[in-house]
Design a binder for this molecule. Structure first.
Ligand SMILES: Nc1ncnc2c1ncn2[C@@H]1O[C@H](COP(=O)(O)OP(=O)(O)O)[C@@H](O)[C@H]1O
Ligand SMILES: CC(C)(COP(=O)(O)O)[C@@H](O)C(=O)NCCC(=O)O
Length: 387
């Protein structure tokens, strides 16, 4: 992600650049996400007063949590966090980290990198990350309906409340009422881990992206039992159920005289993706209904900017809400927690980070999906600390 940058404005006079890098981590059940800043710190004089300015790039990278050693090697190679303050008690580099892995791997980071992980609550970070993106990054949220991506203009005065649905390994649903004001109101264990895990078992594919690619080419009707299969090809019109509606996900696999090997991996992947996405869309809508929320933002790496996933979720929300609620997606979907941990450095006083004045430039890929999240970046500017 490459977002343009605007200047500091006014008659300013920059002095003494020094290299700086900062890092925050979100280590989840499946993926470890890194957000790191690299750039220069300089002192600027404007109108007789001086201030510190950070200018550079905010990078986004991810690693499989099961390969955490790769993540550690990456941090070491890039010398990330080397400019962080040290813990006074043990002289270790303090790095903000969230997700279960901040607990699970605390000792590993201590031993291999001499890091002291400063643990931030996962939900707190998801909310901080989403709030930050919705406020600071233009063209962050979008709807995806009928193959059409449309960016949503966020009205800062009318942003809350909303439902944040984070689809990671599992799914968390959070009612957000403002900055730091939220409640985790629901969740489901049928999430991204379920799709990836069952998909791997059923199709024997080797990567998540391969599973998505398979689903792209599949036909779920071979696997799912449709209303028409039950009603002899006609709609169940009295209940408003069309013959093509899925009556039972994977329901056809019980009646056919077939074993797993007789099914195409593509069809199984498609059916699985629809089952998981539909289910999350429906639970999200029901949760939104419970709290009278109209806007639902979806994040988490399960979405992966994948057209069919977003379309299925959007249709589910639209269908169940009868058009009353709207599904929206975030471009930095998988990095909400890591970004939230990163912006939480801001709580710590003058040497802090605020990202601002960003102008998007990047175009989505021709098939409408987002480019790889790996090593994408935002250009950013931070102005702080009047001296
Ligand atoms: N490269 C990938 N490897 C594994 N899972 C991926 C990948 N890309 C997307 N996913 C999906 O994203 C999910 C993890 O999302 P994420 O938001 O990182 O959650 P967590 O914090 O639990 O790791 C996986 O369960 C899978 O559905
Ligand atoms: C436990 C978790 C918050 C961990 O977050 P994750 O690593 O999946 O992003 C999440 O998996 C979850 O909300 N699971 C659903 C638990 C439930 O509400 O039943």
């Amino acid at each position: 992600m490459d977002l343009g940058i605007t200047g500091t404005g006014g008659n300013s006079d920059a002095q003494s650049d020094s290299q700086i890098s900062h890092l925050a981590l979100d280590i989840g059940g499946t993926l470890a996400k890194l957000v790191y800043f690299s750039g220069n710190k300089s002192s600027v004089k404007a109108s007789g007063r001086s201030r510190s300015i950070l200018q550079g790039k905010l990078h986004f990278s991810k690693f499989e949590t099961s390969k955490i050693d790769d993540c550690v090697a990456f941090i070491k190679r890039k010398q990330l966090g080397s400019h962080h303050p040290k813990d006074l008690g043990n002289d270790r580099i303090v790095v903000k980290a969230t997700g279960g892995g901040a607990f699970k791997f605390a000792d590993l980071f201590k031993e291999k990198l001499d890091f002291c992980l400063d643990k931030e609550d996962e939900m707190d970070c998801l909310v901080a990350g989403a709030n930050f993106l919705l406020k600071a990054v233009d063209q962050e949220a979008f709807t995806y309906i009928g193959g059409q991506k449309e960016f949503v203009k966020i009205n800062q005065d009318d942003l809350y409340p909303f439902l944040l649905v984070n689809i990671g390994s599992g799914v968390s649903m959070i009612k957000v009422d403002g900055n730091g004001k939220f409640e985790r109101v629901s969740g489901t264990s049928l999430g991204g881990g379920t799709f990836w895990g069952l998909g791997k078992l059923l199709t024997k594919c080797n990567s998540f992206d391969e599973l998505l690619e398979l689903s792209h080419q599949g036909n779920n009707r071979v696997v799912d039992m449709l209303v028409g299969d039950i009603y002899g090809g006609i709609d169940y019109s009295k209940m408003g159920l069309s013959s093509t509606a899925i009556a039972s996900s994977f329901g056809k696999t019980i009646s056919a005289n077939k074993v797993l090997e007789n099914y195409r991996a593509e069809d199984l992947a498609r059916s699985l993706l629809r089952m998981i996405s539909n289910n999350i869309g429906q639970i999200a809508y029901l949760t939104a209904l419970r709290f009278g929320l109209k806007r639902i933002f979806f994040g988490g790496f399960f979405i992966r900017g994948h057209a069919y996933t977003m379309d299925t979720i959007s249709v589910a929300v639209h269908y169940w809400s009868k058009g009353d609620a709207q599904a929206m997606f975030l471009r930095h979907e998988g990095f909400l927690g890591a970004l939230g941990a990163f912006v939480n450095y801001n709580k710590q006083g003058p040497d802090n980070f605020i990202l601002m004045q960003q102008v998007p430039k990047e175009k989505p890929k021709s098939d409408g999906t987002e480019p790889e999240g790996e090593d994408s970046f935002l250009r950013c500017l931070h102005q702080a600390c009047w001296a």
